[in-house]
Every structure is written in structure tokens, then in C-alpha cells.
Design a protein around this ligand. Structure first.
Ligand SMILES: C[S@@+](CC[C@H](N)C(=O)[O-])C[C@H]1O[C@@H](n2cnc3c(N)ncnc32)[C@H](O)[C@@H]1O
Length: 150
């Protein structure tokens, strides 16, 4: 079975190349929280933004449109050990789908102002969902990543 998705929008981000993202990672080990940009929703889907105001965070589901074909073993840049791709956030995976939680600052028509972007400029957006109370998990554990988050 194959599934076809049409982008509902695209990302405006300061990262014009993967190299830009790489240098951010080196400069800011604390991550992407300060990286600001917009999600532009294409006209035919803009009516779906009704009632989005008031949510502080959004899930952005997107296509890694510049990733290479993904195998099942990933090589995280900060780790010496290969890891099963489904235990990583690698952009190179069997289905090139990305998921990022962004902070939502406000809406101007079809433009959503957000921060916390880790995607390239022009990344196609497949869906937006609100971050809801049931997404908060106080008992979360982080597997092999715990070694790197002390
Ligand atoms: C580790 S992934 C995490 C992305 C997302 N938070 C996730 O978990 O799916 C972030 C990396 O994906 C790559 N990336 C971002 N946007 C991309 C795109 N549109 N196509 C291919 N690679 C992309 C960049 O190299 C960036 O460092």
C-alpha cells in the first residue's frame, strides 16, 4: 500500500542549507528553541486554521524533502554507536517524515509565527496539530539518549 500526501504549507526558516543547521548545532548545544520563522499555510487549507489561536505549541509534521534514502541503522552525529533508525530522529528513514513541536506566537492570516524550528527553509508541511494536555508525559524516559542529556 502506498499513500500520497499533498503539502498544506511550507516552512520559512533561517536555515537555507543543511550546513546552516549543522553550524547552529555546534554553536547552540541547547537546541533550537530560539530559532524563529513562519509556517505558511497554502490558500486552499487556510480555513483549517480557525481556532488555532490560544494553543502555545503545535506539532508540525513535514517531509524531509532533501533527505537521502534511509536505511534501518542511523548514525547520530553526537554518538559513536549506530542506532536503529526508529530510536532516532534521523532525517534519513524509510518514510522521510519529520515531526517537530514548535512554540506558537501568533497568526497573521495564513502565516503562523513560531519558534523552535529545526527544518530547512522551504520544507513542505504535511499537517499541523495542536499540542494538547494528553501529550504531556511527566514520566517520560529517553532510552540511549539519557547518556547525552545529563
Ligand atoms: C535530527 S532531524 C529532527 C527533525 C524533527 N524534529 C524530527 O524529529 O523529525 C533535524 C535535521 O534534519 C535535517 N533536515 C531539516 N529539514 C530537512 C529537510 N527538509 N530535508 C532534509 N533534511 C532536513 C537537518 O539536517 C537537521 O539537522
Amino acid at each position: 500500500m502506498t499513500y500520497t500526501f499533498s503539502p498544506i504549507g511550507s516552512i520559512h526558516s533561517p536555515f537555507k542549507s543543511k550546513q546552516d543547521i549543522q553550524s547552529n548545532r555546534n554553536k547552540r548545544p541547547d537546541g533550537y528553541a530560539e530559532i524563529k520563522g513562519q509556517i505558511e499555510i497554502h490558500d486552499p487549507y487556510a480555513a483549517g486554521l480557525q481556532d488555532i489561536e490560544g494553543f502555545s505549541h503545535l506539532f508540525v509534521i513535514f517531509a524531509f524533502h532533501q533527505s537521502e534514502e534511509g536505511g534501518l541503522i542511523a548514525h547520530p552525529p553526537f554518538d559513536h554507536k549506530p542506532r536503529g533508525v526508529f530510536s532516532t530522529r534521523s532525517p534519513h528513514r524509510p518514510n522521510a517524515i519529520g515531526l517537530t513541536v514548535v512554540r506558537f506566537h501568533g497568526r497573521e492570516g495564513p502565516l503562523l509565527h513560531v519558534s523552535g524550528l529545526d527544518m530547512l527553509d522551504g520544507t513542505p508541511v504535511l499537517d499541523i496539530k495542536p499540542y494538547t494536555p494528553r501529550d504531556q508525559k511527566s514520566e517520560a524516559r529517553f532510552g540511549w539518549l539519557e547518556e547525552f542529556t545529563q
